[in-house]
Design a binder for this molecule. Structure first.
Ligand SMILES: Cc1cc2nc3c(=O)[nH]c(=O)nc-3n(C[C@H](O)[C@H](O)[C@H](O)COP(=O)(O)OP(=O)(O)OC[C@H]3O[C@@H](n4cnc5c(N)ncnc54)[C@H](O)[C@@H]3O)c2cc1C
Length: 388
């Protein structure tokens, strides 16, 4: 094994590169990233960094500079030729590899025909631009999309004293939490003064506000489109690597491309079969999964034979912080036939998701990390059993 090339210099790519070194690879290791920055963690971008409580420096991963890697930053990968095992970069360079790890994550989905000045939030530059806009003390921010990023930004903006209109076409915020928990989150945002417009179609995003399909105008100096994320796989067009219907890179349980044993992948970009999802291919956009994926893909990339590679079976885990509420989820709650609140005590809540046969498939807690940890252990054991 001469050269391992990692494309994507963020969480999954960093963990992959660290694992490649930690299992003893002493050959070349190249990490390519299209952002100009060394890897940094994204969760604070909608929370502490946006609130001005953390800086870019605080978001940097520790010890990155001690990793013996050739960093190619500010250089997007633009093509892959698997026959010659060559990746081409936007700056005209090309890199050959023995093993390739793709960790190109996702980008923010943009609103069609949005004018300049409408914000999206995925990277540190986006977050700093949004923070500057909030620091200018606007009268109002209009946020289109009441998913996790939209709701977290709403909470941060309210904390900064900025009026918020949060708009979603769905009847509830945070759809993956189900109707009951979604209604509680809606109430929480309203208690904090958010003007929450649910079931509201957006006709136009304009500079200076949002026009709804019912004719209502929402005037706001700051507009954020928080309407989801798309996997960064366009650069693989023509490579022959299989993608799922939504552009995720199709891998087997060991995070190896289903098309090519020398190509592995990690993080938000991957679509892989999970035992807790009945073996269906899933793509999750969770920090912890990206870190676990990276570590596993790095180790698996160095296995002499693809049959020696281990599978990723850990249940997906996710958290979100909004006001004083910590939402945590494990497994696949949205795939359950039922989601039942089994315990509630003031601001703490525990809900279990079960399939039609009554098997636990996921759990959600509000302000109850201890109970969530117990479900995480239980689902990890069940996933191992299902994978065996
Ligand atoms: C604002 C925000 C808040 C979040 N909060 C939470 C949270 O509270 N809890 C939680 O569990 N998760 C949270 N997440 C999700 C979590 O951050 C992601 O799951 C994680 O960043 C995924 O890591 P990744 O390395 O797979 O992908 P990414 O972090 O998306 O990194 C991919 C990298 O590859 C680069 N790239 C893309 N294409 C190319 C190319 N062609 N060539 C070279 N480089 C390329 C990208 O620019 C990027 O730097 C949040 C995400 C955001 C955006």
């Amino acid at each position: 094994m001469h050269r391992v090339v990692v494309i994507g210099a963020s969480l999954a790519g960093l963990r992959a590169a660290q694992a490649v070194r930690s299992v003893g690879h002493d050959g070349a290791l190249v990490v390519v990233g299209d952002e100009a920055h060394l890897p940094y963690t994204r969760p604070p971008l909608s929370k502490q960094l946006l609130a001005g409580e953390q800086t870019h420096h605080d978001c940097a991963f520790p010890a990155v500079d001690t990793l013996d890697a050739d960093w190619r930053l500010g250089a997007a990968a633009t093509g892959l030729d698997r026959a010659s095992k060559t990746v081409t970069l936007a700056d005209g360079q090309s890199l050959t590899y023995d093993r390739l790890i793709i960790a190109t994550g996702c980008r923010a989905r943009t609103w069609p025909d949005a004018p300049g000045g409408v914000h999206t939030l995925r990277g540190i530059d986006d977050a700093l631009a949004l923070r500057a806009a909030l620091d200018a003390q606007p009268q109002r921010i209009a946020i289109v999309g009441a998913g996790f990023v939209g709701c977290e930004v709403a909470a941060t903006a309210r904390k900064a004293g900025v009026a918020v209109t949060l708009i979603d076409v769905e009847a509830q915020p945070l759809v993956p939490l189900g109707a009951e928990l979604g209604a509680r989150c809606a109430a929480l945002h309203r208690e904090h003064g958010v003007d929450l417009r649910l079931g509201a179609g957006v006709a136009t995003l304009r500079k200076g506000g949002v026009d709804l399909t019912d004719g209502t105008r929402v005037d706001a100096e700051v507009v954020l489109a928080a309407v989801g994320a798309l996997p960064n796989t366009e650069w693989l067009a023509g490579s022959g690597l299989a993608l799922d219907a939504r552009g995720g890179l199709l891998c087997d349980a060991t995070l190896t491309s289903v098309t090519d044993d020398d190509v592995l992948a990690a993080g938000d970009v991957v679509s892989w079969p999970h035992p807790l999802a009945g073996g269906d291919a899933v793509r999750v956009e969770h920090w912890t999964t990206a870190a676990e994926h990276g570590a596993l893909a790095g180790r698996n990339a160095l296995a002499d034979d693809a049959s020696e590679r281990a599978g990723h079976v850990a249940p997906p885990y996710f958290w979100s912080d909004q006001y004083d509420l910590k939402i945590q989820a494990v497994g696949f709650p949205a795939r359950g036939a039922t989601l039942t609140i089994v315990d509630e005590d003031g601001p703490r809540l525990v809900a279990e998701a079960r399939d039609a046969a009554g098997r636990l498939v996921g759990a959600i807690t509000f302000n109850n990390a201890k109970r969530l940890a117990a479900y995480r252990r239980q689902l990890a054991t069940e996933a191992l059993g299902a994978a065996a």
